[in-house]
Every structure is written in C-alpha cells, then in structure tokens.
Design a protein around this ligand. Structure first.
Ligand SMILES: NC(=O)c1ccc[n+]([C@@H]2O[C@H](COP(=O)([O-])OP(=O)(O)OC[C@H]3O[C@@H](n4cnc5c(N)ncnc54)[C@H](O)[C@@H]3O)[C@@H](O)[C@H]2O)c1
Length: 251
C-alpha cells in the first residue's frame, strides 16, 4: 500500500533528470500516484514520465509563465484522470547576479518562472481541488528566501522565492475551508543541474562549510518532504514552510 494510492499528481518542471521535480515524481509514483510531468520540452517531459515506475503517467508540455498553457495542462489532466489531488510547483530558474547587475530581463525571467508560474499553475488546478473538497499544493521555495541568498541565486531569486512563501501562506488561508492545503519547501543546497557547472570549487567549499550536516542535500531528501506534505500524513499542515537544508539555517 502506498501513501498516494489512487491520487493524481502534477509536478511542474520535472523533466530535468537529476532535478528535484523528477525525484519527487519518482517517489510519488513509487507510492502509488499517477503522475503528470510538465516541462518546457514535450519530448523530455514524455521521456521523464515514461521513466517512472508503474503505468499511466503522462508527460505534457507546459510553460508555467503562460496562463493558457497552465489551464490546458489542468484540463488535460481532468479529461484524462477525472481529478487533480496534488500539485507540486517545482519549475524554477536562478541566476547568480549581484544586486546592481539585475536588469529588467533578469527580473522578469526569474520572477516570472518562480512566482508567476506558481500562481498560474495553482489557479489552474484550484477549481478541481475545490470541487473535490481536497487537494495539496506544494511549492518549492528556497533557503535563499529566508536568509537573503548566500548560496547561488541573486537578490531577484531571493525575492521571487520569498514571494512564493507569501503566496503559499495566503493560498493556505483562502483554500483551507475547502480542505485544500498549501505548503512550501525551503531546500538548502541540493546538487542538481540548476547550479551544475556554474559553481566554482571555492564557492562550493564555502557553501559546504556553512552546512552543519557537512554535505549537500540530495534530490531524494527534498522528494521525501514533498511526499509528506502531499500525502494525508500532513492532513493538518497548511501554510507551513519546511526546511530541507542540513541545518544550514536553523531558526
Ligand atoms: N537545487 C537547489 O539547490 C535548490 C535549492 C532551493 C530551491 N530549489 C528550487 O527547486 C526547484 C527545482 O530545482 P532543480 O534544482 O531541480 O532545477 P533544475 O534546473 O534541475 O530543474 C528545473 C526544471 O524547471 C524547468 N523549467 C524552467 N522554466 C520553466 C517554465 N517556464 N515552465 C516549466 N518548466 C520550466 C526546466 O526545464 C527544468 O527541467 C526550483 O524551483 C528551484 O528554484 C533548488
């Protein structure tokens, strides 16, 4: 018996092979969920879905910045499975810029994918969740939101992820009467392709020195937390931000 038996889950930005989304999708599938992977490239999303354990999973193209595309994803999932139980707003991008180097395009790109995308995908699934009187939305924020960066992303990334926390909590308040929960995960430094090749040895050593557990997190570390929040184990948790950071921020 799995923790997510009979549930349908959407995980955005989950085609990245070593990413947090893919690891989350895999764990959800192992726990009995039917998983819909969305990402920018259809072939990659389909390949990622085909790679999951079990059958019936789906890969869809879905730019989270595009409102119509988000609505189309939700409609396709409802048409195919009849329900949406879980949404993981995982799609995100980052840029290692200093404050004065953030230009309008940088701001738009980072705020749009991380924050606007979380809003648009949530808006797309909420009608179905409200109608079911159940649902769980899990948003990927970041320790950068809580401590003002200091790992890789610039101030615009910290601002976007802090925005995700505010949105998570406001959604939790508004959706709670319909038994729809909204929670955020704040991962610390996790080894994925989001920083691959862009982090110098010196930066890496500095980051590791600030982690009491002495290691980078793994995608599976984050997936485990997403599973808890998505499942009925977290039935009374809403509006929370859960740290998955090896102790790098204890507050
Ligand atoms: N890796 C870390 O250390 C870390 C730490 C804190 C938070 N996070 C957050 O976790 C999430 C996943 O990060 P990751 O490390 O797995 O990154 P990743 O780069 O491996 O994966 C991100 C995925 O999002 C997709 N994506 C980008 N823009 C998109 C869009 N507009 N629409 C749909 N999909 C889009 C990419 O194609 C990619 O597959 C992100 O939100 C990231 O900000 C990561």
């Amino acid at each position: 018996m799995g923790l997510l038996d009979g549930k349908t889950a959407i995980v955005t930005g989950a085609a990245s092979p070593r990413g947090l989304g893919k690891a989350t999708a895999r764990l959800f599938a192992e726990q009995g969920a039917t998983v819909v992977i969305t990402d920018l490239d259809l072939a990659q999303a389909e390949a990622a879905a085909a790679d999951l354990p079990g059958t019936g999973h789906l890969g869809l193209v879905g730019n989270v910045v595009d409102r119509e595309a988000c609505l189309a994803v939700a409609k396709r999932v409802i048409d195919t499975y009849g329900r949406i139980d879980i949404l993981v707003n995982n799609a995100g991008i980052t840029q290692p810029l200093k404050l004065m180097d953030i230009g309008p395009d940088n701001y738009d790109a980072v705020l749009d994918v991380n924050l606007r995308g979380t809003l648009y995908m949530s808006q797309a699934v909420i009608p179905a969740m409200r109608a079911q009187k159940s649902g769980s939305i899990v948003n990927m924020s970041s320790v950068s939101a809580q401590r003002g960066g200091g790992i890789f992303g610039g101030p615009h990334y910290s601002a976007a992820k802090a925005g995700v926390l505010g949105l998570t909590k406001a959604m939790a308040r508004e959706l709670a009467p319909d038994n729809v929960r909204s929670n955020a995960i704040c991962p610390g430094f996790i080894a994925t392709d989001i920083t691959a090749g862009k982090l110098s040895d010196e930066m890496r050593a500095q980051v590791l020195a600030g982690i009491p557990m002495g290691r980078a997190g793994t995608a599976e570390d984050v997936a485990g937390c997403a599973l808890f929040l998505a499942s009925d184990l977290a039935a009374y948790c809403t509006g929370t931000e859960v740290d998955v950071n090896g102790g790098s921020l204890i507050h």
